[in-house]
Ligand binder design. Structure first.
Ligand code: 9D3
Length: 259
């Protein structure tokens, strides 16, 4: 996959290029990362990329010309049918389904804004999609772009996450992870659950599934509503619900909810 990034802070992307799943995908040649700095496409002494907002107000707005010159250079190098995405708090929330859906793309260009935003006419003329990573205020689109790139890269062939992705997909709208344990057998007074020490594969599987369902019921009941469960899940969930008792499911981390 060909990844293009438009950013005035391209050094930030060293963070994902050096180690981890993303850098392995780069090294294996499954992925290329191509940065274009709008500042490199300016001609004035101060290499200006922003200007004051029409109508007044605080902060600065990224100008069309440097962004466009960078984007056109990126598009000239990118594969045909490369999507142009603007990382934006106004965008659609990027989720696991979007990550999996993007893995087949030949190329994606991620535009990262700084300052108060970018000129709306650039968005309407050149941007295909706007993506947000969630409802919290960050200081630019670079971290969101890296989040999106990491989530997509995990699904490319040859990456560690790729072997896991079949499992991920089956648990997409599914359940939270079951708890993990490693040596030593005892930490303080806490022992590893004996179900995991028994060596009984079926017992282990059942225990983990039960723990996963219990956690999901307690922490993210929203993931369970409207779902159809197979007989084993039904049985495990019913047992969990009985143990937990009524009014024990947290909603939004504090108020309790009947189920
Ligand atoms: C929403 C607040 N805006 C009005 C005052 C100002 C503003 C805040 C943060 C303008 C740009 C930004 C920078 N954020 C991003 O570029 C961004 C982002 C984010 O802040 N949260 C979640 N996803 C994203 S994607 C891009």
């Amino acid at each position: 996959m060909w990844l293009g990034v438009i950013s005035v802070l391209p050094e930030m992307f060293d963070a994902v290029s050096k180690d981890g799943v993303f850098s392995r995908a780069l090294a294996a040649g499954h992925l290329s990362l191509n940065c274009f700095n709008p500042r490199d496409y300016t001609r004035d002494k101060h290499r200006t990329v922003d200007d004051r907002p029409y109508g007044g107000g605080p902060g600065m707005v990224m100008m069309v010309a440097p962004l466009l010159a960078a984007l056109l250079d990126a598009k000239a190098q990118a594969p045909q049918r490369t999507r142009v995405v603007f990382m934006s708090p106004q965008g659609r929330r990027f989720d696991q389904q979007n990550a999996i859906a993007s893995k087949g793309d030949e190329g994606i260009i991620l535009i990262c804004g700084r300052y108060e935003g970018i000129d709306e006419r650039f968005i309407s003329a050149y941007v295909d999609e706007e993506w947000s990573i969630g409802d919290y205020v960050l200081s630019g689109g670079e971290l969101p772009a890296m989040v999106v790139m990491d989530a997509i890269a995990r699904h490319l062939p040859g990456t560690l996450g790729n072997q896991q992705s079949v499992i991920d997909e089956s648990h997409l709208d599914g359940t939270l992870d079951y708890p993990q344990y490693t040596r030593p057998e005892k930490v303080g007074t806490e022992s590893v659950p004996e179900e995991l020490m028994s060596g009984d594969h079926n017992r282990t599987k059942r225990f983990r599934r039960s723990q996963a369902l219990k956690r999901t019921l307690e922490r993210r009941p929203d993931l369970l509503t409207g779902r159809v469960f197979d007989p084993l899940d039904r049985q495990l969930l019913t047992a969990c619900a009985q143990q937990l008792g009524p009014h024990s499911v947290e909603k939004d981390g504090e108020k309790k909810q009947d189920y």
